[in-house]
Write a protein that binds this ligand. Sequence first.
Ligand code: GAR
Length: 208
Amino acid sequence: KERLGILCSGRGSNLASIIEAVERGDIPAEIAIVIADKADAYALERAREKGIPAVPVIYRDYAERADFERALLKELQAHGVTLVVLAGFMRILSPIFVHAYTGRILNIHPALLPSFPGAHAHRDALAYGVKVSGCTVHFVDEGMDSGPIIMQAAVPVLEGDTEETLAARVLEQEHRIFPASIKLYVEGRLRTDGRKVQILHVAEGGSL
Ligand code: GAR
């Protein structure tokens, strides 16, 4: 069984949607640990309420980014994590981290990549004036929000939208496609050549 290590920075609503999918039996995996880079991240509370190990690993406790990432890796490895899930984790991971889990890190980004990567996707989308936005689940590679795309969902940008109203509309879709993507990964149904992702379909009778 895959063991998920979920990294968060704040509220953890995506985390909650993944926990629910695991509890329902939709995602046949175990959540081994939840880590937040802030001690007061609500995500940690959500995990603890469900009896999931939850630990803060605080960026400023470490002299260098490499030390912070080594601390993250140590926690993940101590809990036997096989798949790293970035659920609202607001830090860029260096190649040191990415190489330790090559092809085994998933991220959700609140825009239709490759448009609007980075930390201010909704602000950037509104400033550009796009009429459609959405969210993207992708494999993490060494670039910023640049890895192979697994799933996307689109939503309209409406007249009078603010960052908050657009974010809320996109978030509903995040809560749908992130658990669905994790499910496909855990079921061994994602193949990638490092650029494109192919989803393998289950034949009637259950085998691939
Ligand atoms: C989500 O909208 C997620 O897509 C975004 O942060 C939010 C976290 O919400 N992530 C990024 O912007 C990554 N650059 P949550 O804590 O309620 O899941």
